[in-house]
Write a new protein. Structure first.
Length: 149
């Protein structure tokens, strides 16, 4: 049996956070694609857009899928990872550096500067956009505080 991505710690079991827009089976499919030392702190349905290089003047739609804000204990970092449910694989990844500035420019749209240009995440649900923004910005801010302490 494949590991579900859950990790146990201090007597409490941490669970992957599901998307309300995906079925239980679809959420499980996404979680099964995570490495065993990974946990999704937030999962949402999105379209991923990036700006075209080198001018970065036009948006290009790259993928639609299930986006996870992942705590990767093996790599000791946090990532945005996008999974395609049709292809059963990760199609995009962005490490969430301490200096990353995640902006919520619309109730359903987040953007930030990624490794290959500006990234826009167009959420299918405003509630998932709000949750994803809250979890990602708080997690990055808390990591900075812990390192400064």
């Amino acid at each position: 049996m494949k590991h579900q991505g859950s990790t146990a710690g201090a007597g409490t079991e941490k669970k992957n956070k599901s998307s309300q827009l995906l079925s239980h089976e679809e959420n499980q499919q996404v979680f099964n694609l995570l490495d065993r030392k990974c946990m999704s702190m937030c999962t949402a349905v999105v379209q991923l857009y990036v700006t075209d290089a080198p001018a970065h003047s036009h948006w290009v739609k790259r993928y639609t899928g299930a986006l996870c804000f992942v705590k990767d204990s093996g790599k000791k970092s946090y990532y945005c990872r996008l999974f395609c449910l049709m292809r059963h694989e990760m199609v995009w990844e962005q490490e969430m550096y301490d200096t990353i500035q995640i902006q919520r420019t619309r109730p359903y749209l987040l953007n930030f500067e990624g490794q290959d240009g500006i990234v826009a995440l167009n959420f299918a649900s405003e509630e998932e956009a709000e949750s994803f923004h809250r979890v990602s910005t708080l997690t990055v801010a808390n990591r900075i505080k812990r390192r400064e302490a």
